[in-house]
Design a protein around this ligand. Structure first.
Ligand code: ATP
Length: 366
């Protein structure tokens, strides 16, 4: 079993400038075998959360519970967890085999032949058998990362904790390792808490994403839940690439049809959208994903007139950067397009695709 509960975790650092609340009331239950990716911008508290779970940092308050047992005050080596770091943290004077054997020798009473057997099996699984007698400085970054993973896997822990384990690899290798890691995790069925600042990594690898900002959990859900139903403006902007477009708008209920009014356009609302947002004041943020923007003829209902600044054809799609009332927005259009800069492009935001966030709190209303 590997049920991991993080309960009301808080970590406050004290330094000369005052208190820094790195993690604030963070609550997550991770089921046995689940892969949760903790994602958020730099400094939001991801590593601190992971380090508290590992026992490398002691929480200011809150509990870490593994399979029903409170492990908050236990030493790292007494927790049945194995950590993989961005820096690999291999011992430079030891061969790969010795690196993988080290933790087992320290924490188990397995015999030498049992340890060797485990290492051989794991090395086979990771395709690193021929690296076992080499030291880290004779290995590439990708190979070192595999050895670091191997060192975690041979321990057969209840939980893997991974802190940006792929971020020192080049883009191609990172994509490949991401897939490998994910299938390995599924095969082993080990509960995993994985930290990254890369939303694509979070989207592609996780069973569930936990989005963190400023020490606080913003949303936890499947990648598609976070993508289609962001809980607030932060999650809407953080998940998805290119990012969601945001327009600051005011609700005008004085006319026959209620509308969101922006400097560059007026957007008349369907009844259902109006019902979701009425009673929340008059300032809102209208969100639309680049891929949900449609090009239309100039006289279409709720048409928005934009000026093209730059197009970036990527083959299958083209990113079109446009200006609306002095601000830049992105539309992802299908196919290969070249549109001259300065041309007018009329677009529409389909009502069933828009997001509306409370202007004051950022909370998603729609
Ligand atoms: P990154 O992606 O850049 O690694 P992160 O999301 O992992 O960032 P943390 O490293 O957890 O963020 O840091 C969260 C906050 O706590 C930051 O403001 C950081 O400066 C602060 N912090 C972390 N460790 C300490 C420490 N030992 N002493 C004081 N402040 C710290």
């Amino acid at each position: 079993m590997g049920d991991l509960e993080i309960e009301k975790l808080q970590k406050v650092f004290h330094d000369d400038g005052g208190d820094i609340v790195a993690v604030d009331d963070f609550d997550v239950d991770i089921e046995d075998g689940e892969l949760i990716v903790l994602v958020g911008p730099s400094g939001c508290g991801k590593s601190t959360t992971l380090r508290c779970v590992a026992g490398l940092e002691s929480p200011t308050s809150g509990q870490i519970v593994l399979d029903g047992e409170d492990v908050t005050d236990k030493k790292p080596k007494e927790r049945d967890m194995a950590m993989v770091f961005q820096s690999y943290a291999l011992y430079p004077h030891m061969t790969s085999r010795e690196n993988m054997a080290f933790g087992l020798k320290m924490t188990t009473d397995l015999s030498k032949s049992e340890i060797d057997e485990r290492i051989d099996e794991t090395a086979e699984m990771l395709g690193i058998r021929d690296l076992l007698n080499k030291k880290p400085d004779a290995l590439s970054g990708g190979q070192q990362q595999r050895v670091a993973l191997g060192r975690a896997i041979v321990r057969e822990p209840e939980v893997f904790l991974m802190d940006e384990p792929l971020s020192n690899l080049d883009a191609k290798l990172r994509t490949q390792m991401r897939t490998e890691l994910q299938s390995l995790q599924q095969e082993l069925g080990v509960t995993t808490l994985y930290v990254t600042h890369d939303q694509t990594e979070a989207m592609t690898m996780s069973d569930r994403i936990a989005v963190l900002d400023d020490g606080k959990l913003q949303q936890i859900g499947t990648p598609l839940e976070c993508y289609h139903e962001p809980a607030n403006r932060f999650v809407g902007g953080f998940i998805g690439s290119p990012s969601m477009n945001f327009f600051e708008v005011e609700l005008d209920e004085s006319g026959e049809v209620p509308a969101l009014v922006h400097e560059g356009f007026t957007y008349e609302l369907d009844e259902a959208v109006h019902a979701d947002i009425r009673g929340h004041g008059d300032r809102f943020t209208l969100g639309i994903r680049p891929e949900d923007i449609e090009v239309v003829a100039g006289d279409a209902h709720n048409a928005v007139s934009t000026t093209v600044e730059v197009t970036e054809p990527l083959g299958e799609v083209t990113y079109v950067y446009v200006d609306v009332a002095g601000q830049q927005y992105t539309a992802t259009l299908e196919g290969d397009l070249v549109i001259d800069p300065g041309r007018t492009l009329t677009v529409r935001f389909p009502q069933d695709r828009i997001h509306v966030f409370d202007g004051a709190t950022g909370e998603a209303l729609r």
